[in-house]
Design a binder for this molecule. Structure first.
Ligand SMILES: *Cc1c(COP(=O)(O)O)cnc(C)c1O
Length: 345
């Protein structure tokens, strides 16, 4: 029997379902650069509605969503405040410097979020010696913080200070719906105080491609221009938006992914693995390794289990739409077999 590989590297590895492929094949399409793709228009409106914002913009990737947002919020040389573990700083190849010419000021704080006080201290008064402070970028859930979901009691005070100081706020919500489910808070509430939000349809939600950026009408109009400049203006891309519309309906099932991640985390802990738990966990499990993580990755792969590392001594496991209970049970069996190797470091 050819055993299926269990892929816990990321929630981006899902394949479109049969229903999704059917919806894509039959999507009503037009030229979106002319604003004439009905399916894209519907997806943009639907995403905006779910997030409580005026308008949306479909883009090919989460990275483009973040970068277009930074471009639309800033002028060259403007200062953007961001946690040093955030995707838009850590994993986007310096794109904010390349495209927007933004100056990034890095802040620290628990679970990928700095405090309102830390932000207040970092923002300097208007002065010819200082860059113009302009934008705060937050992330929810927070990837490098182990998928931590950040509640309004932590996010809102930071956004309030940002606005008090005249800054705009962008939320990288690649996995925002994971946060909404884990916190039992509507996504629209989580981002109520934000000026713009990006979501990924291709992470936990199962679309093959696509992200949506939302905000007020004037912001989205500017963002649309930057998307074109970056080469993200697509034509009959309603075939992709059709998948995105179905993906939004998958937001409600993310709880299953979180339950499987919990089962995985608890099982690993019982075996003696150092699996840490964010204050509000979602679909990720992080394991600190006594020695290098890479040999464990290799040994697991030989047994049919794929996962990635986050730094030299940390493993990241991500549950998603294409992982079921049996896969979790098998993954735990494989970790049982790897225990001595883990301990040896
Ligand atoms: C994946 C991810 C992105 C970028 O998405 P891509 O579609 O891979 O460009 C942005 N932010 C966070 C937090 C992510 O996890």
């Amino acid at each position: 029997m050819g055993q299926k590989r269990i892929d816990l590297r990321s929630d981006t590895v899902t394949k479109p379902s049969e229903a999704m492929r059917q919806a894509m094949a039959h999507a009503d399409v037009g030229d979106d650069v002319y604003g004439e793709d009905p399916t894209i228009n519907r997806l943009e409106a639907e995403a905006a509605k779910r997030l409580g914002k005026e308008a949306g913009l479909f883009v090919p990737s989460g990275t483009m969503a973040n970068q277009v947002a930074i471009l639309a919020h800033t002028e060259r040389g403007d200062e953007m405040f961001i946690h040093r573990d955030s995707h838009a700083y850590y994993y986007e190849g310096g794109a904010a410097a390349l495209w927007a010419g933004a100056m990034l000021t890095l802040l620290d704080g628990e679970e990928g979020l700095f405090t309102a006080d830390a932000l207040r201290e970092a923002v300097r008064p208007a002065n010819i010696h200082h860059p113009r402070p302009r934008l705060v970028s937050l992330e929810n859930t927070h990837n490098r913080a182990g998928g931590a979901a950040l509640g309004v009691e932590r996010m809102d005070p930071v956004m309030a200070v940002a606005h008090e100081l005249g800054l705009m706020v962008h939320i990288d919500g690649a996995r925002l719906f994971n946060a909404a489910v884990a916190l039992a808070t509507p996504a629209s509430r989580l981002v109520r105080e934000a000026d713009s939000v990006s979501i990924c349809l291709s992470k936990g939600l199962g679309a093959p491609v696509g992200s949506v950026l939302v905000g007020n009408r004037a912001f989205i109009d500017r963002a649309r221009t930057y998307r074109k400049w970056l080469g993200g203006g697509m034509r009959q891309a309603g075939v992709l938006a059709a998948a995105g519309l179905l993906a939004l309906d998958n937001a409600d099932r993310l709880q299953e992914d979180h339950q499987r991640a919990d089962r995985l985390r608890n099982g690993l802990r019982e075996m003696g693995y150092d699996a840490w738990e964010p204050s509000v966990p979602t679909n990720m499990v992080m394991i600190e390794t006594p020695g290098l993580a890479e040999p464990l990755v290799k040994a697991a792969l030989e047994r049919g289990l794929a996962f990635g590392t986050m730094g030299a001594r940390r493993i990241r496991l991500v549950t998603h739409l294409d992982v079921d209970d049996e896969d979790i049970a098998r993954a735990l069996e494989i970790f049982q077999e790897l225990r001595s190797q883990y301990r040896a470091g």
